[in-house]
Design a protein around this ligand. Structure first.
Ligand code: PAF
Length: 286
């Protein structure tokens, strides 16, 4: 029998549906997404099911986190397929608000997390993390989950959300979950569908470069020379156009001159292949 999932489109209805389970003390897990689900999203649901009695997923392509020349309009969407996938992994409720439901009037409140939002994607995509923090706080207010699950592929997003939750005493436990990769190492992303076959092939350089960085860090090499080596290995792919390659301290994303033993280093990459900008990262404890 085909499994189905409860789809809820309004904030009022979702709140109403969650009232009784919450009163019964059921633990609510939340998986926020922008849809076009892949194995990475489904792994967040699997993790949520381990910790929680009821799993709510949101599917909302949030206009606030896209810049004027970014891919908001062409961001891939397939709600029917998403609902089937969500049902197949046991999501209980899928919240699919429209833009008008989420933002019925011009948004005048902006959540801005200083420091961790600034380097990496914050520099390349001005305003992006304000849009993310604003929508995540709003979704957390709507769902009021006990736990919320985020993929570590967006490591900076995890750092921003953790800082925000801490600063604003939001009563939720943020659970970062490991990156899920294709067999050849490419990190799963809804944007991978944009890649043509040659770009897709060359994009595997990202994971290879991260593995190289991990080896070099383990070998005690200087950060600057590791960075140079990663840049060279990515530039060897003719279609790759580097946005950034950085090695930063995690979770505060501070610049590092050298690394201490036991320190967590985030090796983070953003690279364009044609019109598609991919990000990937690896966390290395030195
Ligand atoms: O990671 C995403 O898909 C989005 O940034 C999120 C967390 C759903 C907010 O729109």
């Amino acid at each position: 029998m085909m499994q189905t999932v409860q789809q809820i489109e309004t904030i009022a209805e979702l709140r109403r549906q969650l009232r009784e389970p919450r009163r019964q003390g059921r633990r609510i897990g939340f998986v926020p997404t922008m849809g076009y689900l892949h194995e990475g999203h489904l792994s967040l649901v699997n993790e949520a099911k381990k910790h929680c009695d009821l799993v709510v997923m949101s599917i909302f392509v949030n206009p606030l986190q896209f810049g004027p020349n970014e891919d908001f309009d062409r961001y891939p969407r397939d709600l029917e397929r998403d609902l089937q996938l969500a049902a197949s992994v046991g999501v209980d409720m899928v919240f699919t608000p429209s833009v008008a439901e989420m933002y019925p009037q011009q948004v005048k409140t902006n959540v801005s997390v200083a420091g961790v939002s600034e380097p990496l994607c914050g520099r390349s995509r001005p305003g992006h993390f304000d849009g993310v923090a604003t929508v995540v706080l709003k979704l957390l207010q709507i769902v009021q989950p006990d736990y919320a699950f985020f993929g570590q592929k967006d490591a900076q997003q995890v750092a921003v959300v953790e800082q925000m939750v801490q600063d604003l005493s939001v009563p939720v436990k943020i659970v970062p979950c490991p990156i899920v990769r294709e067999a050849d190492g490419l990190a799963m992303s809804s944007r991978n569908v944009y890649l043509n076959p040659e770009e897709r092939k060359q994009a595997t350089v990202l994971f290879r470069s991260l593995q190289l960085a991990k080896q070099r860090l383990a070998g005690g090499e200087e950060l600057e020379s590791i960075r140079d080596e990663i840049v060279r290995s990515i530039q060897a792919e003719p279609l790759a156009d580097i946005d950034y390659v950085e090695l930063l301290r995690y979770p505060d994303l501070a610049q590092l001159d050298s690394v201490e033993k036991g320190e967590r280093v985030l090796v983070a990459l953003a690279v364009r292949f044609g019109k598609t900008r991919l990000i990937d990262n690896m966390m290395v404890t030195v």
